[in-house]
Unconditional design. Structure first.
Length: 437
């Protein structure tokens, strides 16, 4: 195993803490943003509630995309749609020459039935993998869309003073279905090409707090499937067959020893989770096979390859010991969300100003994102916006993807201010690039 990345991450935090101690002074553009926020925020709240009440699954965000596109057109922003099936791209060309920057928000909901008692609670139901399910913005993407719509209105209202071009990326299918790549494949990062990209995600930190780190901030995620093949028999006579349910249970436990006992936990974290097991249809029948589906989270490609090999070996050897067989399929996985060191340092004073100084530095998060697809060839910065209401303990509130996930709308103001601010500050501090407009 190699350790330089861990050392670099530690040094990064020290550097970040120094930069964070500085707050960007108010500028004419930041004052202009502040002056425009009061008129925009009631609309942002209304958009967020409307989108929350009408969530759509990945690549089905037609209503949301139409709402976004209509809003951007009314602001005089150039609109490109559909990009990536149901995505929307807006281009705002400032009144002064300068580079191009991109701001991204994801739009899709999840197959989760909402249990939060809200006046705008989702009652949407649809089909997902052959089953009728509820649909909910359990990951908070409704907030992301409303925040970026608000930032677009603020920035469009100061177009003449903006030194460059701003691209708004409203992305479909962030929830593991490749929406970012679909947008890139459709030219979302061309004509004009941005030189940096920013994104945020609501998170159960204290309301209005911005949480960030340099380097790896979210894990790369991939899926695996294990099919355990036994031999079907009567439940009263297990010795007459091979029980794939028992074997699968042993495999689940065996997989946990990979992350806890077989890889160097002091190097970088990893997680192996089996999230779905399917097998059998009666209490008195031992089935012929069991299917397990899970996720693998890592921060290093070599570690991922090593763990993938161990998953395969563990499943097959345990199955063989019980007289069964195991077919293991592991996909190549996504990308680590990693914040560009230089750009993060440059923008920390802006983040601090936008959040009123409430910036926290965090450890890497095992959740994953497809934001790094946009930042694969250009610098990117991704940060979290706290939405836990005051008086609530962030450590105990329901988290993203829970049917009880709740986002305090008080955070929306910080979100709009921050997204608008990182765009204009980046453009203002970047050297003028010919042809940027």
């Amino acid at each position: 195993m190699r350790f330089p990345l861990l050392a670099a991450a530690a040094a990064s935090l020290v550097c970040s803490a120094t930069a964070a101690a500085q707050t960007a002074p108010a500028t004419e553009l930041s004052k202009l943003i502040e002056a425009k926020l009061p008129a925009v925020m009631p609309k942002v709240v209304a958009w967020r509630r409307d989108i929350h009440e009408h969530p759509e699954l990945s690549f089905e965000e037609k209503r949301t995309a139409a709402l976004v596109a209509d809003h951007l057109r009314k602001l005089g922003i150039e609109v490109q749609t559909p990009i990536g099936k149901t995505g929307v791209v807006g281009v705002l060309r400032g009144g002064k020459p300068g580079p191009v920057v991109a701001l991204r928000a994801d739009m899709d909901g999840l197959p989760v039935t909402e249990l939060v008692d809200l006046p705008f609670k989702s009652k949407v139901r649809t089909q997902w993998q052959g089953q009728e399910v509820g649909v909910m913005h359990a990951c908070g993407h409704d907030n992301h869309v409303a925040i970026l719509m608000g930032a677009a209105e603020v920035l469009a209202g100061m177009k003449a003073q903006i030194p460059g071009t701003i691209k708004f990326l409203f992305q479909p299918a962030e929830e593991g279905l490749g929406g970012a790549q679909a947008m890139v494949d459709d030219g979302a990062l061309t004509n004009p090409a941005p030189s940096a990209v920013f994104g945020l995600h609501v998170w159960p930190n204290e309301v209005g707090q911005i949480a960030i780190r340099q380097g790896p901030i979210m894990a790369a995620a991939g899926n695996f499937k294990i099919i355990v093949k036994g031999r079907q028999t009567h439940g009263s006579s297990p010795w007459m067959g091979v029980d794939p349910i028992v074997v699968s249970s042993q495999i689940v436990l065996g997989l946990q020893t990979i992350a806890s006992r077989q890889v160097n936990v002091a190097y970088l974290p990893s997680v192996i989770t089996v999230g779905q097991i399917t097998g059998g249809n009666r209490s008195n029948i031992i089935p012929d096979s069991v299917v397990m589906v899970g996720t693998l989270r890592t921060f290093d490609d070599n570690m991922r390859a090593d763990i993938a090999a161990r998953i395969t070996r563990t499943a097959q050897d345990i199955a063989r010991s019980g007289g069964a067989t195991a077919l293991v399929e592991i996909d190549k996985g996504g990308l680590v969300t990693s914040n560009d060191t230089s750009l993060t340092d440059r923008m920390l004073p802006t983040l601090r100003r936008a959040a009123g100084g409430n910036v926290a530095f965090i450890n890497p998060v095992m959740g994953s994102e497809d934001f790094p697809v946009f930042a694969k060839n250009i610098p990117g910065v991704f940060f979290f916006l706290g939405v836990t209401p005051k008086g609530k303990d962030p450590a105990t509130v329901p988290t993203n993807h829970s049917p009880l996930f709740f986002a305090d709308e008080a955070a929306l103001l910080t979100g709009v201010r921050t997204m608008a601010s990182v765009a204009v500050d980046y453009l203002s501090m970047s050297p003028t690039k010919k042809g940027g407009n």
